[in-house]
Design a protein around this ligand. Sequence first.
Ligand SMILES: [Mg+2]
Length: 298
Amino acid sequence: MLAACADALGAPFEGRPAAEPARIAAIMNRPSSPLRWTDDTAQMLVLAAHLAECTGEIRREALAAALARAWEAEPGRGYGMGAVRVLSQVRSGVPWQRAAASVFGGAGSWGNGAAMRVAPVGLVAGLSLDDIARAAAASAQVTHAHQLGIDGAVVQAVAVAVAARTSRLRRLAADDLIAVVAQYARTPEFTAELRSVPGLLEGAASDIAARFACDATALGSVPAAIAVFLRHPDEPADAIAEAIGLGGDTDTIAAMTGALAGARCGEGAIPASWALRLEQSMRVWTVAGQLSGLGQRR
Ligand SMILES: [Mg+2]
């Protein structure tokens, strides 16, 4: 829910240079005007519904088909070019393995599309972190054949799970979270970026924007979202504002930051005005509820 709000709040700033804090605050604090979410939330809803239906498991064939149907139903949600090429192929009957491997000159996508939707995997109760990493990888593979794209999803899902399992009564140990999450990255590039995060928690937010590309790549955005979350683990609105302020792929970095903050702080942390402004909020609440009910069913 917080991720959906953050996606919508970040969307007006996507692809632009870093915005002034006052402009971001104006959008965040506006009393009315609907919050319209983008492909990040559209895909998160698909993945959450899939997990609820499959009792916490990923069935890649069915997930690929569901993602492709969601894209076809609402192609105007701001999907990236690579996503459109993969999902349109899946929709026309090409097996997901072939579609995912066909893009970017046969390398597969290293974009943040699998990471942006993966949060629900990290919220499945009762799974070990190993199981969450495996499920996250499976959920990524249906569109992302490149290991960097898969690492992005695995790292974000494990970070969401660790955040969800921390107690708000205790200070979040950033170094511990990074150490755990970094174990699950398979590429040395991802490990290196994650290891730089603890050094960025005390300085200026602009250090994060300077350190990471903050673009639509998994490597350029997932560590940035984790860094921003760790700077404000108990103040979701501050974290989301800072994520948007990085510039670049603002809706996705904000959505990933919002997912981490929501995992730690719970749905109660959502400002009421955001929840009221969010489009299709009943649908988002319903899917979130199904996901949390999964823990009892499993
Ligand atoms: Mg988007």
